[in-house]
Design a protein around this ligand. Structure first.
Ligand SMILES: Cc1cc2nc3c(=O)[nH]c(=O)nc-3n(C[C@H](O)[C@H](O)[C@H](O)COP(=O)(O)OP(=O)(O)OC[C@H]3O[C@@H](n4cnc5c(N)ncnc54)[C@H](O)[C@@H]3O)c2cc1C
Length: 498
């Protein structure tokens, strides 16, 4: 029952270690958004629930986060602000934006989104019935709604009717907004009778080999020098991602390495994911990070052009910032520059995430200074300007709203090279689960007794190109609830475990 650093997969312990152990219907590992929601639903369904949290406080990375929940299909905020949306349009968008759409999960998420919105508010807060119309990373104030994905970006805008779905908790600023939700979850859990133990990290899963396929029947834990075991009808793994584990990052998502600022909390060490591996669960999308260095606001800069180190455009500049950033990562040397003319460069209000290199009187001078092939940017810019003057972008279909010829020098160059711009990121991959959160093996069979939710599971958030802000908190809470309900039903004998 020791700590398992690096990429080590913890040992599976035999059921004999549970002799004399305390017993719960559902043991939840980790008190972030996913674990908190799973535990609450399980407790409300009548299960005896134990929530084990390695840190001294609840919240995990969820409490650090800005507070976008991706919700839609006609939520009260969408209705109050005049934004029509239906579960069907939301479904079409998420299917189009997903790398490998899991249709049953997307369907459940979209059909259940309005109900889930109500469930979240019933914890004890209200999303403000207001809309933030700017193109930004997150609303600076408490406005309840904004666009947080690629809904208005080609080709998605042709595949589903665009609607804003980024619902923000009513806390100003861009971090720590979700703490209020975590505090409310803690209160509701106490009311529901779930037991929470802090400074107690789960170290191993316990498997009963006498059952068909080997069911997970408990956990081992460590609290400082003390160790112990708990027998469980079901275990819900909700222990976060792996961005803080340098060895796992090097193995799976090297782009999240040293040139980048990691977004996460201490215990995003991938142990939950490795515990899933220890009992044969498959891991999915482990090589897909969320990486971003937003080049807006101010959004007027999106009228400029993004070029790689060959002087070529490669993505519609009005894409959601993580989509743009992921495309930058795929360019030669992960290098790109944003070029904006003096008519459109609002330098004074520009964010420091993407530093300005300099401004140049001629494009020739700019090419030389950035070591770009002679004539490359001149050719790219001439073509862009010619079409932009007509409100067209035949190459990348940038929306007319962001098309403007960049023909008035001097031209500013902003540095989007990895290692220069302040890229930040977290991991997206995790344990393969079905729509009820049950962990699955590579052949699709269920690992009886094990569920996973949140950042240690693989659900809707699959890659940076398709990511919408709010997906992680949205899916962590939504599928966390489903996992908790299913685990409780199995523990009560109401449904079969596998
Ligand atoms: C600055 C920032 C802003 C963000 N903004 C948004 C946003 O606006 N919208 C959005 O959707 N996403 C956002 N994200 C991402 C999102 O916050 C996370 O993906 C999400 O909170 C993960 O939730 P979780 O419940 O899976 O994990 P966590 O909230 O990290 O919870 C996991 C918990 O498990 C505990 N734990 C770990 N190992 C063990 C163990 N072995 N035993 C017991 N406990 C353990 C941890 O201590 C932690 O408390 C943001 C992230 C950051 C860093």
């Amino acid at each position: 029952m020791s700590e398992t650093p690096g990429t080590t997969v913890p040992d599976v312990l035999p059921a004999s270690v549970l002799d004399g152990a305390e017993t719960y219907d559902v043991v939840v590992v980790g008190f972030g958004i996913a674990g908190g929601c799973a535990a609450l639903e399980a407790a409300r369904a009548g299960a005896r629930v134990l929530l084990l949290e390695k840190a001294a406080v609840h919240g995990g990375t969820s409490a650090m986060s800005g507070g976008h929940f991706y919700l839609g299909g006609g939520t009260p905020v969408q209705q109050a602000t005049g934004h029509e949306d239906t579960p069907e349009e939301m479904y079409k968008y998420l299917v189009a934006a997903s790398k490998e759409p899991e249709h049953d999960k997307i369907r459940a998420y979209c059909d259940g989104s309005v109900e889930h919105f109500g469930w979240l508010e019933a914890l004890g807060f209200e999303f403000e019935r207001s809309y933030y119309p700017e193109k930004a990373v997150i609303q600076p104030g408490t406005q309840g709604l904004m666009f947080t994905g690629n809904e208005k970006v080609w080709p998605y805008k042709e595949q589903a009717v665009p609607a804003p779905r980024g619902h923000k908790v009513p806390v100003p600023g861009d971090t720590e907004g979700t703490r209020i939700v975590m505090d409310l979850l803690k209160e509701r859990l106490a009311e529901a009778g779930a037991e929470v133990r802090y400074e107690t990290g789960v170290t191993n899963l316990v498997v009963d080999d006498s059952t068909d396929g080997g069911a997970v029947v408990g956990v081992a834990w460590r609290s400082f020098e003390r160790t112990g075991t708990v027998r469980a009808g079901a275990v819900v793994m909700a222990a976060g991602g792996f961005v803080m584990n340098a060895d796992m990052v090097a193995e799976h998502t090297p782009a999240l390495g040293s040139k980048l600022f990691t977004l996460g909390s201490t215990y995003d060490d991938g142990l939950g994911i490795r515990l899933g591996s220890s009992v044969g669960a498959e891991l999915k999308h482990m090589d897909e990070p969320f990486i971003t260095a937003p080049m807006y606001p101010p959004s007027v800069l999106l009228t400029g052009i993004l070029v790689n180190n060959r002087g070529e455009r490669f993505v519609a500049e009005d894409s959601y910032h993580s989509r743009t950033s992921q495309h930058v990562m795929e360019q030669p040397g992960s290098e790109a520059y944003l070029i904006v003319d003096s008519e459109h460069g609002e330098l004074a209000s520009y964010s420091m995430l993407v530093p300005i290199i300099d401004a140049y009187d001629t494009i020739e001078e700019l090419e030389t200074a950035l070591s770009l092939p002679a004539g490359s940017v001149a050719t790219t810019l001439a073509r862009y300007n010619e079409h932009a003057a007509r409100g067209e972008d035949p190459d990348f279909h940038k929306s007319p709203e962001w098309l403007a010829p960049q023909d008035t020098g001097p031209w500013a160059a902003f540095d989007l090279r990895l290692g220069k711009a302040l890229y930040a990121g977290f991991t997206l991959g995790g344990i393969r689960v079905d729509v009820d959160g049950r962990a699955q093996r590579p052949d699709g069979s269920v690992v009886t007794g094990l569920y996973a939710a949140g950042a240690c599971a693989s659900n809707l958030a699959q890659d940076g190109k398709g990511y919408c802000s709010g997906t992680q908190l949205g899916e962590g809470s939504f599928f966390g609830r489903r996992a908790g309900r299913h685990a409780a039903a199995v523990a009560a004998g109401a449904v079969a475990p596998a």
